[in-house]
Design a binder for this molecule. Structure first.
Ligand SMILES: [Fe+2]
Ligand SMILES: [Fe+2]
Length: 282
């Protein structure tokens, strides 16, 4: 089973740039690659910040661009989204207690989609209600391999202007909820607009880079009172993830969507190399 993940699309960031806004071009080319590439995708996860302002028009535009997908799409809210408009554009999305969080099970893998939105706040949130929902979900399926998607990474990444504070309550609450649940194979996030990998309570935690422009890799301390001219946003290529589940293990791949060229193909010239690689397998 192949689960594609696109995150931080930010449709509506530059609506006056006609006829095609930059973020829409990046979204369209990423989606085209997922659909037309060699890997038969079983589902697509949109892990938040689908839009830039959470408005109806941007959500409707996003949903229209996804209308021809030959696989199911699972949307999630990010801090730039609004629950109301996400549900208007994607009315089949489940909710509970006013939050857009839900779980599905496919081919023996449980997939949990969390809601870390607090309207008006840039950073993440994970209130007691959401903690209780997640705890009940994890307690109910202790032996089912589980993959968690959430928009905000509940960790400090070292990119100061994007980071949460140290040990914010919502992060500690989330950490306690997942600690000790050995069925969780991985947590995949968005929001940071950069590839990043770490762990939380021994659980692998990764950020899929954005479809929209990326956040510059600059790990120096940053002073909110002193603009120092550093790079903040770059045109590094849009990227998506493919999470491959074979019934035993979960492996994650990333592909950049850019004007790249193929340097080698599987032809007779390269067949001896492929054959020798197979021959040494035990
Ligand atoms: Fe974002
Ligand atoms: Fe975000």
């Amino acid at each position: 089973m192949l689960i594609a993940q696109m995150t931080d699309i930010h449709i509506g960031f530059d609506p006056d740039e006609l006829p095609e806004e930059l973020n829409r071009i990046r979204f369209r080319s990423t989606l085209d690659r997922i659909i037309a590439g060699p890997n038969p995708i079983d589902m697509l996860v949109l892990s938040g910040d689908l839009t830039d302002h959470g408005d109806r028009e941007s959500f409707e535009k996003t949903a229209a661009l996804l209308a021809d997908c030959p696989f199911p799409v699972y949307p999630m809210v990010g801090n730039h989204d609004t629950r109301e408009e996400l549900l208007n554009a994607f009315p089949a999305t489940p909710t509970e207690g006013g939050f857009v969080h839900y779980a599905i099970e496919r081919e023996g893998l449980r997939i949990i989609f969390l809601d870390t939105l607090e309207p008006g706040r840039h950073g993440g949130a994970f209130c007691e209600h959401r903690r209780d929902w997640l705890s009940a979900e994890l307690d109910a399926h202790p032996d089912t391999p589980t993959l968690i998607f959430m928009h905000h990474p509940p960790v400090v990444a070292g990119i100061g202007w994007m980071d949460p504070g140290e040990d914010e309550d919502w992060m500690l609450r989330f950490g306690k909820a997942v600690a000790g649940h050995r069925q969780i194979l991985a947590i995949h996030c968005g929001h940071l607009h950069r590839p990043m990998h770490t762990s939380i309570h021994g659980i692998p935690l990764s950020v899929t880079p954005s479809v929209a422009p990326l956040v510059a890799l600059d790990l120096r301390d940053i002073d909110p009172d002193t603009p120092d001219g550093r790079n903040l946003i770059t045109t590094e290529p849009a990227t998506y993830a493919v999470h491959r589940w074979d019934g035993k293990s979960l492996v994650t791949h990333y592909e950049m969507v850019h004007k790249w060229h193929v340097l080698a193909s599987y032809t007779q010239n390269l067949q001896p190399m492929i054959q020798s690689m197979f021959a040494e397998r035990e």
